[in-house]
Design a protein around this ligand. Sequence first.
Ligand code: GLP
Length: 241
Amino acid sequence: MKLVIAKDYEDLSKQAARLIAEEVTRHPSTILGLATGGTPVGMYQELIALHKEEGIDFSQATSFNLDEYVGLPGHHPQSYRTYMEDNLFTHINLPTDKTNIPRGDAADLGAECKRYEQAIAASGGIDIQVLGIGNNGHIGFNEPGSTKETTTRVVQLTESTIQANARYFHKIEEVPTQAVSMGIQTILGAKKIILLASGKAKAEAVHSMLEGEMTPDVPASLLQQHPNVTVIVDEEAASAL
Ligand code: GLP
């Protein structure tokens, strides 16, 4: 895995946005794999700026998001669909019908997971996948214990993930306890991966991902077997290396 230590969050966001913009410029019909959480917000802001100022064109691109909360309809204020609309989609020219996010409110979640996995495969596969990392080393919502054979499925969120995500909800009881998430195998199927981590709280997870053994106990460590991963961290997230 290639490690880039950025000066700070702004630098990290700019470097990540540049990699995406280069990909879309080189290959306009790129299939983007997108992530939510606090970390990629700055990267999305930079991408919006690159779209507005340099004309980076997303009109032929397609996107697949990693995950969505079970039980939340797309229009729910805390759904990942709403996050993506607010932070990126409504500000660039990626066609709405080319933006894919699992339906957390599907009546048949098993069928929805299958449909999502098949849609990714039918697109030709993800060209560049953006990832954040949870404090416990999760990627997407692949919590500790997720093996490299996992595909899109319904997952149970751990207590620590529920607590970490409670900041976006009025009360912790409102945080969904399950999500639909791409699996590790789905993520490893991407041609390129960029993983972003910022802040001291991520230092231990970054250390285990890069320097620990490859184990489902730290799902991000399973990325060690992928041939094209760039990890961009700021100095605080690199502080345990
Ligand atoms: C959630 C998301 C992950 C994200 C993680 C860390 O669990 N499903 O994709 O990487 O949170 O989020 P943050 O960047 O806010 O620390």
